[in-house]
Each structure stands twice: as C-alpha cells, then as structure tokens.
Design a binder for this molecule. Structure first.
Ligand code: 13P
Ligand code: SF4
Length: 308
C-alpha cells in the first residue's frame, strides 16, 4: 500500500475509534509525524493520563505501554508491535530485585521507568532520565538501590550526596556510543555543542557540554544560540531536532546508535494495530496497584518541583 493511502487509513480509523497515538522521540520519522503527541518517557506517561480517548496506541517499547496501562486502567492501551521490548528493562527481574533488597534492608529502591511492571511494584519510587537526580534527592533515605541502569545510576551519584548502589544493567544502544566516536565527530565539528543522554557511559558524559532526557535535548536545542550540535543518544531524535530547527545542524555520534526495538513499529504495523485493536497491554491488578504507587510518587516529585 502507498504511504499516503496508509496514512489516510490510520487517520480515519483513529478518529472512528476515538484513539490517540503517542510516539517516543526515538521512533521512526513517519511514526513521529503521524502521532498526536511525541515525547520522552515522562512526558508520554503524563499524556497518557490526560487523554480522554478510549484507546491509547503507544508507539514505543513494551515498558512504556505498560506504564500507560498502569496509570490509566480505564483506557485500552495498544502496542502495535508486541516484540518491541527494552533489553535494559529485561536486565532486572522482580525476583532478583527482591533478593538484592534483602542485602540492603535500609536502602530505598529507585527504579528507572525502563523496567517491567513487576519491578516497579517492588520499588519505592520510579524516575525517568528527566528527573532521576531530583527524585533521588527528594528522598530522606541516604542509601539508594538504583535499578536497572548502571550509567544513569552513576550520573545520579555524580549529582547527589546519597550512596547509590547500582544494578548492572545498561542500554546496549547508549553503552555502545564510545569516547572514540564522540572524539571523531568533535574533531570534524569543533564548534558544535555536545548534548548527551544520561544512559551514556561516564566518559562520554564527561566529554559532553550538557546532559538531557530526549525532550530536554529538544527544548535546549530550540533555545540555544548554537547553530551546531552533536547528539549522543539514539539517532531517532535527529528527525525532530532537524524538523524543529531547520536552520541548525545536528550530527549523530555513531551510525550504530540505533535501537532496533524503537524501530520495530512502522506504518503497516500501526495500521494493523488500529484495524485489529492489537496488542492490548494489561497488567495484573495486584501488580498494577503497587507499580502505580511508585509512578505516582515520581509524578508528585515532578509536580512539587513545577510548583516551586
Ligand atoms: P527518554 O529520555 O526519552 O525518557 O528516553 C529514554 C529511553 O531510552 C527510552 O527508551
Ligand atoms: Fe531500551 Fe535503550 Fe532501546 Fe531505550 S534505546 S528502548 S533504553 S534499549
């Protein structure tokens, strides 16, 4: 089917079924373009709560659709490609976390939103890349068991006085961005500002000018006076950076910084999802209630920060 025909069908079905399409900033360009809202993990979970649509079609990976289902049990959440997972989220299980908690009985458990509902249910509070430092610093506890991203845990430790006990997980896409990649691109574009995601290794962050979530990068690139940027994160974000700032230049750090799971949804899969109302993401109620507590606590930290 031709793209314009598919796009028209998606729009027609979306209106008929009272659905809203959310897309993460790493999704394919054509998926971002057809979405009602694009954003980072934090922004999209908030969008999911605010929508009064009957269906939320989540173009992202499994944990994101799960978070929407946890926060909005009255809506049906669809993930167009059921195999779109997050390798980092799979690096910690609820069972392994329970065992680790026994070793650190005084530690609060902070879990990155890139985690399963079961892991969230075992955690005291969630965080995203946009608010990890604020979330950790908001806690009274001095010892923090931080799961699953060791790089984000390290970034938080650098920006907090708390004792951070990191899990050993990581994002393969971000962890494979190397200092040598960044050095090569910096050499080619010495005047460019370097924006990095906190899932990157510490040495990459140390070579960067600023560290942001994906939406943080988009907002910063818009307001910065710089005309050139090197972007150390998954390359899907370059689509919106270029679209929002046609007069500025953006360079990726490596052509390999591509998350296959974030590219799993294409227009065909999105159309099929709306036609067949697939794949419905649900969370068992006992797990959902506990996981929601951890997400609600995180959203409360964000809200109190906005009020201040
Ligand atoms: P955000 O900065 O958009 O929350 O990204 C995290 C991520 O890696 C999603 O997979
Ligand atoms: Fe997971 Fe990394 Fe892919 Fe994000 S980019 S979904 S953290 S593997």
């Amino acid at each position: 089917m031709q793209n314009t025909h598919i796009i028209n069908k998606i729009k027609e079905l979306k209106a008929r079924k009272n659905a809203v399409i959310l897309a993460h900033n790493y999704e394919r360009g054509e998926i971002q373009d057809i979405a009602d809202f694009t954003g980072d993990s934090l922004g999209l979970s908030q969008q999911a709560v605010q929508q009064d649509a009957d269906f939320i079609v989540f173009c992202g990976v499994h944990f994101m659709a799960e978070s929407a289902a946890i926060l909005s049990p009255d809506k049906t959440v669809l993930l167009p490609e059921i195999n779109a997972g997050c390798p980092m989220a799979s690096m910690v299980t609820a069972e392994a976390l329970r065992a680790e908690k026994k070793k650190y009985p005084n530690a609060a458990v902070v879990c990155y939103v890139n985690s399963t509902a079961e892991v969230k249910a075992e955690s005291d509070i969630c965080c995203t890349s946009a608010n990890a430092v604020e979330v950790v610093n908001s806690l009274d506890d001095e010892e923090i068991l931080f799961v699953p991203d060791k790089n984000l845990a390290d970034y938080v430790a650098q920006n907090s006085t708390k004792r951070i006990i990191p899990w050993k997980g990581y994002c393969p896409t971000h962890n494979h961005i190397l200092v040598s990649d960044l050095a090569r691109v910096k050499k080619a574009h010495p005047g460019a500002e370097v924006l990095a995601h906190p899932e990157c290794r510490r040495d990459v962050l140390e070579m960067s000018d600023r560290v942001f979530s994906t939406t943080g990068m988009l907002e910063y690139a818009r307001r910065s006076a710089s005309g050139e940027f090197i972007i150390a994160t998954e390359n899907g974000i370059l689509h919106k950076l270029k679209k929002d700032n046609p007069e500025k230049r953006f360079y990726c750090t490596s052509e390999f910084a591509v998350c296959p799971d974030m590219k799993a949804i294409d227009l065909d899969a999105l159309l099929l999802s709306l036609e067949r109302m697939q794949h419905v993401i649900t969370v068992p109620e006992d797990v959902r209630v506990k996981a929601k507590l951890a997400l609600d606590r995180m959203l409360a930290v964000k809200r109190s920060r906005q009020v201040l």
